[in-house]
Design a protein around this ligand. Structure first.
Ligand code: IMP
Ligand code: MG
Length: 177
């Protein structure tokens, strides 16, 4: 599996530093608000688990399973494969995802949760690929920016593989070409 990686973009140590920084920032920003974290499966794991270790305030956690990707291409068609069942009325929601690329998933989920009555919706993602953006969308908490390359590991997959790599790396082109 490791031989399929061209270059490491974020080591396990760097990821831990990012989780600490974002977790502490969120704890500060949401003190007294009892935010509801909504992880977008499957890519939010293990990021959400590591992030929450550094969240020191009362909070709740729910998960949605959404999908938009086929292979290395964003289909642009977002499907909710498993939904939350809790009431969002008046809640401060923090959506946790692995990566924002075109921005379509983030925009769709933001608008959906607002429509369902959330008081506020913020997005926290480990990675951002600003060059990939096709729609304009706010992302409040970003771990790191990366160039427009296909990355895997730490929750990110290529055809369901590599999610279990403990770091993030660029996949060798020969693997998906
Ligand atoms: P968007 O709707 O195009 O912003 O895509 C967001 C989703 O696409 C993310 O939640 C990921 O699951 C997936 N994705 C985007 N870029 C990559 C990548 O480089 N590797 C693996 N998955 C990716
Ligand atoms: Mg995802």
């Amino acid at each position: 599996m490791k031989n399929d990686i061209e270059k490491v973009v974020l080591s396990a140590k760097q990821i831990e530093g990012i989780c600490k920084r974002l977790g502490e920032q969120i704890s500060h920003d949401y003190e007294g608000k009892n935010p509801l974290f909504i992880g977008l499966l499957k890519g939010c794991e293990p990021f959400i688990s590591d992030l929450l270790k550094f969240v020191s305030i009362y909070c709740q956690i729910e998960y949605m399973r959404v999908s938009s990707y086929e292979g290395t291409l964003s289909s642009g068609h977002i499907i909710i494969k498993s939904d939350i069942t809790c009431d969002l009325t008046g809640r401060d929601v923090i959506v946790v995802d692995d990566i924002v690329d075109t921005g379509r998933t983030t925009l769709y989920i933001r608008e959906l949760l607002k429509k369902r009555g959330a008081k506020s919706v913020a997005v926290c993602c480990l990675l951002d690929k600003p060059e990939g953006r096709l729609v304009d969308v706010d992302v409040e908490y970003i771990g790191d920016n990366i160039p427009k390359e296909f990355v895997v590991g730490y929750g990110l997959d290529y055809n369901e593989r590599y999610r279990n790599l403990p770091y993030i790396g660029i996949l060798k082109e020969e693997i998906y070409k």
